[in-house]
Design a protein. Structure first.
Length: 265
């Protein structure tokens, strides 16, 4: 099933995204498309999931979700989803750029009883020189707050990296205080249908509650970076790891354009 048609982003949507650092866009996939790709992605996530520990044996990050990355590289059906021009054009239009590259994908499946995802900024991990990065976060099943709805601190994307914290109990405490001090409005949808999607900048502070439902919260994400993004000197071990893993140790200062970062449009 091809997903290469264009979906218009209105000027009002682009303006809201740039102001708030996030936006929810309904029906990015229709119900039929969402059902097809739910099966495709769930199958691939199950096949390539490496987390075998029981919930009580994991740390806070491990309890937050099952995280399976770059499925587009190992499953041809998932590749059609991740490299879909429909999504890429929406990402480019939200950011106001002409083209985007893939940084990587992530299936984020929050198990029943899974813990909260602490407040964090995605771009803390990325040795990338531009704020023009966006994550599409798409539930593959209908979800509500009880299942772990993505939660944003609106307007929190404008100050770059705030703390030297990975996703952890420490990041939760520090960001909680920071968000409160700056009085960022805390925003989340009450429900999302399969195929709806939120989009947030790499610097937008966000979190998710735990999954208190009996059902798996099945979410697929794709991270896009502006086509002219350059690689910066890694600032810590996490960026060193990303430089090696997603950018294949390409030269510092050069384009973020390894074979893992194809142009989509």
């Amino acid at each position: 099933m091809e997903l290469n048609d264009a979906r218009e982003i209105s000027p009002a949507q682009a303006e809201a995204f740039r102001k708030n650092g996030h936006i929810l866009i309904p029906n990015v996939l229709d119900a039929g498309e969402a059902a097809v790709y739910r099966e495709v992605i769930a199958d691939a996530a199950s096949k390539y999931n490496t987390e075998k520990r029981k919930m009580e044996e994991r740390d806070t990050y491990g309890k937050a979700f099952l995280q399976i990355m770059n499925l587009w590289r190992v499953d041809e059906r998932v590749r059609k989803f991740v490299l879909a021009k429909r999504f890429a054009k929406m990402a480019a239009d939200l950011m106001g750029v002409s083209n985007v590259r893939i940084y990587h994908d992530q299936a984020l499946f929050k198990e029943p009883g899974g813990g909260p995802t602490p407040w964090h900024q995605d771009q803390y991990y990325w040795p990338i020189d531009t704020p023009n990065t966006v994550t599409m976060w798409m539930p593959l099943v209908d979800i509500d707050v009880e299942m772990g709805m993505l939660t944003f601190a609106s307007g929190s994307h404008k100050n770059g990296v705030v703390f030297d914290y990975e996703i952890s109990d420490e990041s939760e405490g520090a960001f909680n205080e920071y968000v409160s001090e700056h009085q960022f409005p805390i925003t989340r949808a009450s429900t999302m249908k399969a195929g709806d999607a939120t989009w947030h900048y790499g610097y937008t502070i966000h979190s998710a509650p735990g999954n208190n439902s009996p059902d798996m919260r099945e979410v697929m994400t794709v991270i896009y970076i502006a086509d002219d993004a350059k690689i910066t000197t890694p600032k810590h071990k996490w960026q060193e790891n990303d430089h090696a893993t997603w950018l294949l140790n390409l030269p510092i200062g050069g384009p973020a354009a390894s074979e893992l970062n194809p142009l989509v449009l």
